[in-house]
Unconditional design. Structure first.
Lengths: 159, 192
């Protein structure tokens, strides 16, 4: 008599995992399509300021970015530690903004040009002097719709 | 005849590979939906144009920020916490005071004739040395004042929040509380 008789019918059948890859692939494709790879390499350090009354930037294709902040560590020997402007992949000065905006506007569809938005991504600690210069340059370039990029918080820390 | 069995490809590791890719995309993805405070700047002034007509003092809500991030509102120092309420009182002028902006009865869709402070302007001036976060905080508070007023009116009139109203209703409320934040040409007095 067999003492170790195989129990028949009592073992639960293993869960079929054949569809697991499908599910994971679905997730994968979701992330692949929604992901936005960083288009520019950041050369300035930006810690976003905070605000409560933020609105979302609607269409990415209408937005042009201007980055302002202290240069990263590896660029500090060359560009110093004062807040600098970054346009696309390189450091720039206020005088470059006007031609940059014109150039970006040329790349847009003609119907989209009046809707162009400029998002100013500046470090929270940067002095307003730089920002004001940028704003004046944008006004001269007729890019009047601007967006001060800021993180959404529930409550503002009053200092 | 012996039945030839085709060995099945073991697909057990497929999930692992897919997970690996998934995790890679999870890590590299930046889901930051860009948010921020939207503003429209005035077009540049033509150089030879005359100065704009002066605005009566009661219609201007003057906010100054100095290089030490201190606020001066209507010539009085003020803490940032109080700015929103002060701005709300200014925009609405509930008690119809002579020191606050004049109310004009105008025809507004949905509301009929409604007293609106059409000439009220918030004037914001900052120093070149003002910290960006402080400037944004002030902008934020002023925006909050408008948003709260609009939302309160929407709740009183339509019983829902401003964001849930139809476009026409939103525009009607925007007529009553137009957002007028003017920024003066920058000054440099802080010496930074």
């Amino acid at each position: 008599m067999s003492r170790f008789k195989k129990k028949k019918g009592n073992t639960s059948p293993g869960i079929n995992t054949a569809s697991l890859p499908d599910i994971v692939f679905m997730l994968l494709f979701f992330f692949m399509t929604t992901t936005t790879m960083k288009e520019v390499e950041m050369k300035v350090m930006i810690k976003s300021p905070e605000a409560t009354e933020v609105t979302k930037l609607e269409k990415k294709s209408l937005v042009t970015y201007i980055y302002v902040g202290k240069p990263m560590r590896q660029y500090q020997s060359k560009f110093g530690t004062e807040p600098r402007i970054q346009l696309n992949d390189q450091f720039a000065t206020v005088d470059d903004i006007q031609s940059y905006i014109v150039q970006e506007r040329e790349l847009m569809k003609e119907s989209d040009r009046p809707l162009m938005q400029v998002s100013i991504k500046a470090d929270y600690d940067c002095p307003m002097g730089v920002i004001t210069d940028i704003k004046q340059a944008l006004r001269r370039a007729q890019a009047l719709k601007i967006n001060y990029s800021s993180r959404a918080t529930d409550k503002l820390a009053y200092n | 005849m012996a039945k030839r069995e085709i060995p099945e490809i073991n697909a057990g590791s497929m999930a692992d590979i897919a997970f690996l890719l998934l995790i890679f995309f999870l890590m590299t993805t930046t889901m930051d939906t860009d948010t921020g405070l939207a503003r429209t700047m005035p077009p540049p002034l033509p150089p030879q144009e005359d100065a704009p007509p002066p605005i009566r003092e009661r219609n201007v809500f003057e906010v100054l920020i100095n290089a030490n991030n201190q606020l001066l509102v209507e010539k009085q120092p003020m803490a940032l916490q109080n700015l929103k309420d002060a701005a709300k009182v200014f925009i609405e002028n509930p008690a119809n005071l002579a020191t606050l902006p004049e109310r004009e009865e105008i025809e507004v869709p949905f509301f009929g004739v409604y007293p609106v402070t059409t000439k009220a302007v918030i004037s914001l001036q900052n120093d070149r040395g003002t910290q960006y976060q402080m400037y944004l905080a002030v902008q934020n508070e002023l925006q909050a004042a408008y948003n709260e007023l609009r939302d309160e009116l929407a709740r009183r009139k339509f019983n829902t929040s401003f964001n849930e109203l139809s476009d026409e209703q939103q525009n009607a409320i925007r007529v009553i509380y137009p957002q007028k934040i003017s920024e003066a040409e920058p000054r440099n007095v802080g010496g930074k």
